[in-house]
Design a protein around this ligand. Structure first.
Ligand SMILES: Nc1ncnc2c1ncn2[C@@H]1O[C@H](COP(=O)(O)OP(=O)(O)O)[C@@H](O)[C@H]1O
Ligand SMILES: Cc1ncc(C[n+]2csc(CCOP(=O)(O)OP(=O)(O)O)c2C)c(N)n1
Ligand SMILES: [Mg+2]
Ligand SMILES: [Mg+2]
Ligand SMILES: [Mg+2]
Length: 330
């Protein structure tokens, strides 16, 4: 690469085409886009740091790009929104040469295309150590229809949208010394970790239901995300661990190495499914709509009055959840 500007020009060739809601594209001081009529804007931002969110051993450059987009899409989905436009901040050390950065953008472009996101700009700077990627994503949702963490009420059903724990199992496998033989045996776990697929339609079914729905995406582990709903709503969530969907490969890998896969589900994170609550009388209607949209919802518990927190119920016995979830500063 000649310089930063030459690199940016090459990276931009990897992005999907922009739509007509974009008034000013990349190439000016800032981009300008037109929000949908009658829609509220949703905005989120997530960062990925080398050695914290990924390493050479766990993710190829393409995977980092895909997961960067997916983790931001996941937060828009957790509000019930449609992801729209992103800006990408890239801080790259010298060891990240042009070829690797272009591969990173291949994954980013593929993710953006898959989730219907346009890339309207960014910033490219030198980092002294480690790649740092920060993505800001805007989306939109119908006015007053967003899925708030504070929406849970006693009597609601607690649900998740898909299998949990697979990403943490995949990370465990990728960090092994003898990783290559395990990758062949458990490819789905590697995919859970490297290529998450937040379901835009799952969030959309919930936000267009015309009901009071709470939701949170599982980036830090089910325990942590459920607790955030309980705290924001001032209620108690009761979870039946035996109802938590866990993929057969996650169960098999856990059994082989002596780890309870529930620990990955509660504490692992990066699954990018939703955990949420909604009134019990709307459950059957949700399942009916979900079937049409090919998204899945599984009940894992219910909401009660009482001391705020998350409780697990096992053979009729309740205990306060001891799982903590991922914490950057713990
Ligand atoms: N440095 C910051 N400045 C302002 N707000 C922040 C900062 N870091 C996090 N937040 C806000 O705190 C809340 C929790 O953040 P986080 O746990 O990262 O969300 P999520 O897990 O959904 O990505 C979010 O509303 C986020 O926007
Ligand atoms: C090399 C490596 N070590 C550890 C992890 C595990 N890990 C890193 S960050 C994280 C939680 C999610 O990241 P965060 O920045 O908290 O996402 P947010 O909740 O803000 O969306 C997890 C489980 C990983 N993905 N890769
Ligand atoms: Mg965050
Ligand atoms: Mg979130
Ligand atoms: Mg997030």
């Amino acid at each position: 690469m000649k310089d930063e500007f030459d690199l940016i020009a090459k990276l931009l060739q990897k992005r999907p085409p922009v739509d007509k809601s974009v008034e000013v594209d990349v190439g000016d001081d800032a981009a300008v886009y037109r929000p949908g009529l009658g829609m509220s804007q949703v905005i989120t931002c997530d960062t990925m740091v080398e050695s914290v969110h990924f390493s050479e051993q766990t993710m190829a450059p393409e995977d980092i790009g895909w997961k960067g987009i997916a983790s931001n899409v996941s937060d828009i989905v957790a509000m019930g929104g449609i992801p729209k436009h992103a800006v990408i901040s890239l801080a790259a050390p010298e060891v990240w040469e042009e070829e690797s950065l272009l591969r990173f953008y291949d994954g980013l472009g593929a993710g953006a295309k898959h989730f219907g996101v346009t890339i309207l700009g960014g910033d490219t700077v030198r980092s002294m150590k480690g790649l740092v990627v920060t993505i800001t994503l805007v989306g939109e949702v119908e006015r007053d229809c967003s899925l708030r963490r504070s929406n849970a009420r006693p009597g609601d059903i607690v649900f998740v949208t898909g299998p949990l724990g697979g990403s943490a199992a995949g990370l465990h496998l990728l960090l092994r010394e003898d990783t290559s033989e395990w990758i062949v045996r458990y490819p789905s776990l590697v995919a859970f970790h490297q290529r998450p697929y937040p379901h835009i339609e799952a969030g959309r079914v919930l936000s267009t239901l015309g009901e009071r729905v709470a939701a949170n995406d599982v980036s830090d582990g089910l325990g942590r995300e459920a607790r955030e709903i309980a705290e924001a709503s001032g209620v108690r969530l009761v979870i039946e661990p035996s109802l938590i969907p866990i993929s057969p490969e996650t169960v098999a890998y856990g059994a082989e190495i002596g780890v309870n896969p529930l620990q990955w589900a509660f504490d692992g994170g990066e699954d990018y499914q939703l955990v949420g609550t909604l009134p019990a009388q709307s459950w059957e209607r949700l399942l009916h709509l979900a079937k049409e949209k090919e998204v899945s919802f599984t009940q894992i518990g219910w909401v009660e009055e009482g001391e705020v927190g998350v409780y697990c119920i096992d053979e009729g016995k309740r205990s306060l959840l001891s799982y903590k979830g991922y914490n950057h500063f713990a």
